[in-house]
Design a protein around this ligand. Sequence first.
Ligand SMILES: Nc1ncnc2c1ncn2[C@@H]1O[C@H](COP(=O)(O)OP(=O)(O)O)[C@@H](O)[C@H]1O
Ligand SMILES: [Mg+2]
Length: 149
Amino acid sequence: MSIGKEIIRIENLRREFMVGGEKVKALRGISFTINEGEFVTIMGTSGSGKSTLLNLLGCLDTPTSGEYLLDEISVRSMSKNQRAVTRNRKIGFVFQNYNLLPKTTAIENVELPLLYNTSVSAKERREKAIASLKSVGLGERLNHKSNQM
Ligand SMILES: Nc1ncnc2c1ncn2[C@@H]1O[C@H](COP(=O)(O)OP(=O)(O)O)[C@@H](O)[C@H]1O
Ligand SMILES: [Mg+2]
């Protein structure tokens, strides 16, 4: 596979939490880059900082210090709104417990993130959702409620 441009660059990233007057150092200055087309796994023992790192990479949290460049833009320089738009356009999370909405159909669950993207029309949203479900072999589940998936 060809490896493209730099998508993620973190430099000396630190995240500390204050817990009852004690400083917990969750991330102690980590640096790496991830290029377009790369498939990366983060592994470590419980408490080693995986969730903390994912929250930072996903723009859900901000570091105590250090730099995070996403698509060559410094996340630190973004406003809260810009980070929200970035999450909407560039980041996808698959949660451990899926977080599907049980009373809505499979297709509505897949469509949901695109609902918050004004540059995608309703028709395009529906088409993309159908194509996505079909691509993972769930084409015949389109109108099932997600609690029946
Ligand atoms: N919101 C928080 N407040 C205080 N301490 C936290 C918080 N989040 C994580 N930590 C601490 O940071 C360290 C890393 O936690 P975490 O990122 O959840 O690790 P992992 O996901 O690898 O199990 C742990 O010591 C944890 O207790
Ligand atoms: Mg975790």
